[in-house]
Design a protein around this ligand. Structure first.
Ligand code: CAA
Length: 445
């Protein structure tokens, strides 16, 4: 069977930066270490006043198409995943296509366009749609452009304000991909949950503490479902495990839970038994509370073992390096985590061809999905082409006063006119409103 997967990836960050320990924490009267150590974040990427989900998506897609020498005719579908959309009817992908048509000499009139919504997991669902479309033989030799784009901002004063971010990830999905092949096997954990939602509003209603528990419960369910089709997962089976990363501290929790699950009944559990005992089994307890107390105690001890820490440092930590500097990009976050891991391996001169990644995607509301990916020959040149470090360094750093001024410019319900902090160059910008309330865009040389 021909491999189908991600052929190329491009990342576009919002042009502004908010320093969390240095600028945000002092204003909130909080210890900077809550950010650096607790949440695991140094900074948030923030959109300038001329940026939005369309400009960031179109900028990432343009770079990707130019680098890969793709023309509109090579693209049979454009799917945009976002939870920051501003229109209930016209999909963001039409705006993105309109932008790209300004710089490419031809049009996307024969490409199927859509918009995917299921909170942060919609990016992975769009990859799935592209995969299925190619596997079904309906692609006529063409590939799919999948773009995950969000301005992940929270209301001022909401606890989530600490985890904001803005950026886009564009991916080209094709046969014989150069980056990763997607597995056919998948596992889902999905339930009707009320933890994070945006009922026709741009800034979310969030039950932060509950959202953490829902993430863990659905991820565990997805892992078990994945194992039911792919067989038991063992820590040696995969090189990296990129998870959806609302903030690195969330992944730290998920990783510990996942590790405990996958070492159960393995020689790793046996090896660790002398040091921390064996994992508690539900059948040995009369009541749930005692079982859960014992589990918590085991996890606290597991976290401190050298074995676990070595696994975490090798398998999870490299997925978090970009996220620490950009915050949550919602639909793009898990794709940033994959790129981050591959980039770290590339910089260390490792050869990953043929190795496996275990991907844990998640969207509030809520659904988790697990699948595997196999790194393809050619991955190094795809990762080498990323200029994410340069983009991060070029961001304008917001003062607290700047931040207060610009935050609400990105709430679509409010009419806030803010001067831009940066000067756009070689990128798409928001160019005002049209007569039917549509947003207009133009390319700035
Ligand atoms: N030094 C070291 N660590 C510190 C510290 C200090 N001085 N002060 C606090 N911490 C630690 C805390 O112990 C905590 O870590 P643990 O959870 O590991 O114990 C961490 O820093 C955060 O501290 P708090 O829990 O006190 O922070 P908070 O009350 O401000 O809220 C939050 C944190 C609930 C995650 C909030 O930021 C939030 O609501 N975020 C938005 C929702 C979210 O991201 N949920 C994640 C799951 S849902 C999802 O994944 C979908 C999505 O993208 C939104």
């Amino acid at each position: 069977m021909t491999a189908v997967g991600i052929d190329a990836i491009e990342i576009w960050t919002g042009n502004l930066k908010l320093d969390l320990p240095g600028t945000f924490a002092p204003q909130k009267g909080e210890d900077p270490e809550k950010y650096t150590k607790g949440l695991g974040l140094n900074a948030s990427s923030f959109p300038d006043s001329y940026e939005d989900i369309v400009t960031m998506a179109a900028n990432a897609a343009r770079r990707l198409m130019e680098r890969k020498g793709l023309e509109p005719d090579d693209i049979g579908r454009i799917d945009v995943a976002t939870e920051s959309a501003f229109d209930n009817s016209k999909p963001v992908s039409t705006y993105v296509a309109g932008c790209l048509e300004q710089v490419f000499g031809s049009d996307f009139h024969h490409a199927n366009k859509g918009e995917r919504k299921f909170a942060c997991i919609a990016g992975t669902q769009s990859l799935d749609d592209a995969y299925n479309w190619i596997r079904a033989g309906r692609n006529r030799g063409r590939g799919a452009l999948v773009i995950a784009t969000d301005t992940a901002l929270y209301a001022r004063g909401d606890a989530g304000e600490a985890t904001q971010g803005a950026g886009a990830v564009a991916m080209y999905i094709s046969e014989d991909p150069s980056l990763v092949e997607l597995s056919t096997d998948q596992g889902y954990g999905s339930a009707d949950e009320t933890d994070f939602l945006k009922p026709n509003q741009q800034f979310p209603s969030v039950d932060g503490k509950r959202s953490i528990q829902v993430y863990l419960a659905r991820m565990r369910e997805a892992l078990e479902d994945y194992e039911s089709v792919a067989g038991d997962v063992h820590p040696d089976d995969f090189t990296f495990a990129p998870f959806h990363t609302p903030f690195p501290g969330m992944v730290r929790r998920a990783a510990l839970l996942a590790y405990r699950h996958v070492i159960r009944d393995t020689s790793i559990e046996d090896d660790l038994a002398a040091e921390i005992g064996r994992q508690p089994r539900a059948e040995a307890f009369d009541d749930d509370e005692a079982y859960h107390d014992a589990l918590r105690e085991y996890m606290d001890a597991l976290k401190e073992t050298e074995r676990y820490q070595a696994w975490y440092d090798a398998t999870i930590d490299p997925t978090l390096t970009i996220s620490r500097e950009v915050g949550n990009w919602y639909t793009g976050s898990v794709h940033v985590a994959r790129a981050s891991a591959l980039k770290t391996a590339f910089e260390a001169g490792r050869d990953l061809t043929g190795e496996t990644l275990l991907i844990g995607s998640y969207g509030s509301g809520a659904q988790a999905e697990i699948h595997a990916e196999t790194v393809q020959e050619g991955w190094e040149s795809e990762i080498e082409a990323l200029d994410v470090d340069e983009q991060l360094d070029a961001r304008y750093e917001l003062s607290w006063a700047d931040y207060e001024e610009i935050h609400d410019a990105h709430n679509h319900e409010m009419d806030v006119d803010v001067e831009e902090f940066t000067t756009p160059s070689d990128e798409f910008v928001f160019d005002g409103w049209g007569r039917m309330g549509e947003r207009k865009y133009r390319y700035v040389e």
